[in-house]
Design a protein around this ligand. Structure first.
Ligand SMILES: [Zn+2]
Length: 386
């Protein structure tokens, strides 16, 4: 099977670019751009503001709306502190497995899609086929957000996206969002013997956390009746509560690191609005009665939208036909899928390899998984190739 050998060779190239999120992905993107251009694709490299990172967007077939997007992120998680038995940035094939950082998450899918480009290019495609490869997924989906803005600015509306994150080639139609925040409290220090003359940031932070707990309960009642998620509602969790210096000093500073995982977009607004009102109407007036400079500032660490299961989903229909899978599931991890969905596209996550191997030492992709992925893409070429 020549295409499998081509895919492995390209995966070997891709793994050799150490595209850890904090480092540049430009060399890898340029390599993919060359390969796609050679196949006859119309390729755009879209750098970020620093120029160190870039997204790639390429098209085969007709121009215009209604296309199918094959999407993947180019960055990988670090290997520092992990115990690898092979070189993480040199592909090693052993016992039907391809070892290397990013093999399953998710350079294997990218290699398969790009290796198939000449096959797609050889057909008379009846609709546009796009390749969308992004930067900085692992640290907050920044590349996909920029790509979404670029597509909107162009006025281009593809209709289907297949996100090739490792799902063992199962069709995934939903996952929760992941919204992360740090809320900083600034009070007024003083002697613990006179609490009323200071503003205790730790105590206000504690009240904020208590409000988060109440909202967590309220969210249970808002769960959609047929929610496919476990648990079925939007969750809120406080991971870090820190502040103060000594028992006998009124704490001037405190910080709460918290997150929520929305099952539906409206829940995030519900929580944010409730917290804004609680701060503006209750906490801040009390703090500022003693110290006008007191403040509560929430820093958005990342807001990655969920993928909301849709009853009418063209992406699910197409990928079911291609893979023969009936039914679709949900996963507990986040992807870029929700960002594409927010553009009005129908989206599924389906890609080779298991999330069990992602982010771990000796990450690998089973060759069989790569073969199944190529079979899906070959059927896609049959389906949209005239
Ligand atoms: Zn991934």
């Amino acid at each position: 099977m020549r295409i499998l050998e081509d895919t492995k060779a390209l995966l070997r190239d891709l793994v050799a670019f150490p595209t850890i999120s904090e480092d540049s992905n430009r060399a890898l993107i340029d390599h993919l751009a060359d390969r796609l251009a050679m196949a006859g694709a119309r390729v755009e490299v879209l750098p970020d503001a620093t120029g160190a990172k870039a997204n790639l967007f390429a098209t085969l077939g007709p121009a215009g709306d209604g296309g199918i997007v094959l999407s993947g992120h180019s960055d990988v998680v670090p290997v520092a502190g992990q115990d690898w038995t092979v070189d993480p940035f040199a592909l090693t094939e052993r016992d039907g497995r391809l070892y290397g950082r990013g093999t399953c998450d998710m350079k294997g899918f990218i290699a398969a899609a790009v290796a198939m480009a000449p096959v797609f290019a050889g057909r008379r495609l009846t609709r546009p086929l796009h390749f969308a490869f992004t930067h900085d997924e692992e640290v907050g989906c920044f590349g996909a957000c920029a790509l979404a803005a670029a597509l909107t600015a162009k006025g281009l509306r593809p209709s289907v996206a297949i996100i090739g994150e490792p799902t063992s080639m199962r069709i995934i139609e939903g996952h929760k969002g992941c919204y992360e925040y740090s809320t900083h409290f600034t009070g007024l220090a003083g002697h613990a013997s006179a609490p009323d003359r200071g503003v205790n940031a730790v105590e206000y932070a504690a009240r904020y956390v208590a409000r988060l707990l109440d909202l967590g309960e309220a969210l249970k009642a808002r769960a959609p009746a047929a929610s496919p998620f476990e648990p079925p509602w939007t969750t809120v969790s406080t991971g870090v509560l820190t502040g103060g210096n000594a028992r006998n000093v009124i704490a001037a500073e405190a910080r709460v690191d918290w997150e929520m995982r929305p099952v539906q977009p409206g829940d995030a607004d519900f929580v944010k609005e409730a917290l804004r009102r609680y701060c503006d109407e209750t906490l801040l007036p009390a703090m500022r009665r003693v110290a006008p400079e007191a403040a509560i500032v929430t820093e958005v660490v990342g807001e990655v939208e969920g993928l909301v299961p849709a009853s009418d989903n063209e992406a699910r229909r197409i990928v079911s036909e291609l893979t023969g899978a009936n039914g679709a599931g949900t996963v507990p991890f986040g992807t870029e899928a929700g960002i594409f969905q927010s553009l009005g596209m129908s989206v599924v996550v389906c890609g080779p390899g298991s999330i069990e191997q992602a982010h771990k030492p000796d990450e690998y992709l089973a060759v069989d998984q790569l073969r199944d992925c190529l079979a899906m893409l070959e059927r896609l070429a049959d389906r949209i190739g005239g």
